[in-house]
Design a binder for this molecule. Sequence first.
Ligand code: TTP
Ligand code: MG
Length: 576
Amino acid sequence: MHLPRPKPPRRRDDRIILHFDYDCFYAQVVENRQPALKSLPLGIKQKSILATCNYVARRRGVTKLMGISDAKKICPDLVLVDGEDLSTFRDVSKKLYHLLRSYSWNGKIERLGLDEVFLDVTDIVAYNVELLNPHALDQSFFCLSKLDPELGFSYDATAIAGCTHGSPPPADQRDEDFSMYLRLLAASHLARYLRLKIEEEGYTSACGISSNKVLSKLVGTVNKPRDQTAFLAFREEDIWSFMDAHNLRRIPGIGNRISSVLEAHILAAAPDPNFRSFEATVSAGRVRTHPDMSAPVLEKLLGGPGAEKGIGEKVWCLLHGVDNSPIKAASDIPTQISIEDTYQGLNDMAEIDRQLRLLSASLLRRMYIDLVEEVVENSASPQPSSTKRKRWLAHPKTIRLTTRPYFRADSGKPYNYARVSRSQQLPNFVFSFASAREVLVDKLVDEVLLPMFRGLNPATKDWNVGLLNVCVANMVVVGGENGGIGGGRDIGAMFRRQEDVLREFRVYDDDDGVDGVDEMRVDGTGDDAERDEEDSDAEPWEEDDRDGLECCARCGHLIPGFALIAHERYHDLEPV
Ligand code: TTP
Ligand code: MG
């Protein structure tokens, strides 16, 4: 007997989302600094792998995340440039982000990593669709400002700009489909305009245009590099068949743990705890159409202690191309700042101490860059003059130390990617502008980080430290001119209040930050609200601070932690 198929989730079509992905991003940054490299095959090297390579190299068979020696075999004249210092990439990324942000009316813009940006353009598109004159569509004008009707560009609204995936609704189709079509059409012209603006800064990109994040991101990869794709799907079935064709692991939001559990369920096998690959052996469609699949079944398979709330419903929706997650309004204040490095098994306390000081110095430097601004104060009398003073834009409430043991590929043991963390309130002395930075670093290490390290690693020797991560999070925005230290607010009282709220907790995170939320494990000593606050808002920008090295279990190469899964994919593509 066949059970009735569960109801598919309801789709919302009221938004228009653009997803930008810069082409071979690190390579373009390097090429813009050294234009002579543009015509040569170029690889950006991080330790022993290519973080990326330009399209000249790709045409010669070189791929992203390939090992350097293999790439050199395929393309002996490959030019290699070191890409381990992320600061220039970060600067360009911020510049382009601010450029895109300057066109947003609602401020809803989100960065993903260093080279992807989501932009919710629902309002600007709706406004421009209203302006369309059906009798002169080919002479339309896209208005970029409500206040200045001359600010904008001319466009031909009889056709979509760039590529399309799917087809326009038939002329006799329901009105709402036609209205959606017009909104996608207007958005496609805006996307092209914005891509050209980015090109004026020297960067080509791909763009996906659809009604939610998952669809925009996936459809944007259909035509790349230097192109854009609007997703014309008006029937549920069209969206499902688009989603179904993707490898399960390629669906944003479906991480390694989720895909290995689902794959095992579909194949009726036991999940492999060491499974780490960029590809699953099943397609998204195979999971979606599996006879017993439904949101409650997914919840049973994927839920449990430490799992994201409502994970079953979330994955069920994603499999159907439904993603109601909002694009949050932009903030200049990062949600967390995290610095880490990896080591080949530190056992010497003097060395651990030294590394904690280096990480703390970087952390304070980043805190000053991201969270401190200079305010110019004018005084009128007796002599008009202006003075500059510094103020904190936000105070992080929490400091977190994370460690992980070193893993040796040749140890014969399963890959151990369990991180342990300890959090506590960040002492307010770090916000002092009067003390020298080195003094603050020493105080932070001696009074906070070393005791935390000992708490996390109670043994007196043999710590075998493979990773140290120091992170500040839970930003409290400091309001107004009087909010800074010395500005009259009782910061001490504020932190004393927070003490009641903050409790120490441990997090067991069995992933390297690639999938973030859905890979988390908590041992139950912290409550859910606190954990959500700590981890669900991991700042995508900070992913790239995770530039420490991991050991590939297959070849033993040391590669950046966040590149590990993609690096595994490279192995998967190797001829047997
Ligand atoms: P991607 O967008 O994956 O790659 P890309 O921009 O280089 O190429 P494409 O044209 O296919 O979009 O990643 C953005 C940048 O992030 C990339 O230039 C290098 C860096 N990166 C790493 O350093 N390690 C990684 O594992 C990945 C996936 C990216
Ligand atoms: Mg890219």
